[in-house]
Design a protein around this ligand. Structure first.
Ligand code: TXA
Ligand code: MG
Length: 319
């Protein structure tokens, strides 16, 4: 299949919506990362999403909606949370209704719903008039895509259209909040913080539940470069020096401006929002340089870095 890269005009949005309604796949920008979208109500389109990403069937998809009304046809959505955070980077895991096909939820009784705030994403959902199932538009377990170029690097030939909306502004995926338990539980930290959520619903839990995982995509190595990634305590300079001295080609991502001769240095922003916006592009760029190792300075322990730390921890799991 030939993949078409299209600018976000009214005409291409219409065309992309037709492709979605015909059972095809469209990658599109959201405010968090690019999504790989298909009609959530069309079982065969949903199966194609799993194939294109090489995603495990057991890992459920997020369904993107135009607002509370569309969401309420798919599941039991708490109004207060939707009103507070939608459109935006909060995915709500709710009890699903009968209209959601089994493969979307990996056969489970809940569905993840999100109303994105990116104008191209909203325009596409409105034009299609159906909910759009969309995981991040990258190869399964790899680094998410925050530009159309990243999507093509991973998925060219397995998606009909990529809409080029420039860089995704937040650069880190949505927060996934399970509201089917009491208290609600954050299954994946993300762009919306725990503190913001707790202002609305009171105390929430974080991390995986004990027992069988409720968020299968959060189990293991994920967001990972092909190059081995080390998450260093301290800024990592000692590790970078010893690796380069042993003859290895090393990429280094310290926080703030600093450098080491002989290493590919990418100084990362000192604020969490700016860091998040730069993270996946930097990882992808270093991953293309055929290095022997990437050393990343561990971000500070403060809660505003939680989502970034989560991604880096998983990216550094190696097997
Ligand atoms: O920001 C985002 O959330 C992006 C954009 C495209 O919206 N999407 C995204 O999708 O990151 P994906 O598939 O890469 O990650 C979705 C995560 C996975 O960890 C999955 O296991 C979890 O959400 N998830 C989805 N539905 C779920 C459900 N019903 N129960 C528990 N976890 C669920
Ligand atoms: Mg993903």
């Amino acid at each position: 299949m030939r993949t078409r890269l299209l600018p976000p005009t009214a005409e291409t949005i219409r065309e992309a919506a037709e492709v979605i309604l015909a059972g095809g796949l469209v990658a599109f920008p959201t405010e968090t990362v690019y999504g790989l979208g298909g009609n959530a109500l069309d079982e065969s389109a949903v199966r194609r999403i799993f194939e294109a990403k090489h995603r495990e069937q057991a890992n459920p998809l997020i369904v993107h909606v135009s607002g509370f009304e569309m969401a309420s046809q798919l599941g039991k959505v708490p109004r207060e949370l939707a009103d507070s955070f939608w459109p935006g980077a909060l995915t709500l895991v709710v009890w699903k209704s009968g209209v959601v096909p089994g493969p979307v939820t990996a056969g489970g009784p809940t569905v993840g719903l999100r109303c994105p705030s990116h104008p191209i994403a909203s325009a596409l959902i409105l034009a299609a008039g159906v909910p759009i199932a969309a995981p991040s538009a990258n190869r399964s377990t790899g680094v998410s895509a925050v530009t159309a170029r990243h999507v093509l690097d991973d998925l060219e030939g397995s998606v009909e259209i990529v809409i080029d909306g420039g860089q995704s502004p937040k650069g880190i995926e949505s927060t996934v909040l399970d509201v089917t338990t009491s208290p609600p539980r954050i299954l994946r930290p993300g762009s919306v913080s725990r503190a913001q959520i707790e202002l609305i619903v009171g105390q929430v839990e974080t991390g995986p539940e004990t027992g069988p995982s409720r968020s299968p995509g959060q189990g293991e190595r994920h967001y990972a470069t092909r190059t081995r990634l080390h998450l260093a305590e301290g800024n990592g300079s000692a590790l970078v020096e010893s690796l380069t001295q042993s003859g290895m080609k090393v990429g280094w991502m310290p926080i703030g401006v600093t450098g080491i001769d002989g290493a590919e240095v990418r100084s990362m922003p000192t604020g969490p929002d700016e860091y998040g916006a730069a993270l996946y592009s930097t990882l992808r760029e270093l991953d293309q340089l055929e290095l022997d190792a990437i050393v990343v300075e561990k971000p500070p322990p403060q809660p505003e870095w939680a989502a970034i730390l989560d991604r880096l921890r998983r990216a550094s799991v190696f097997h």
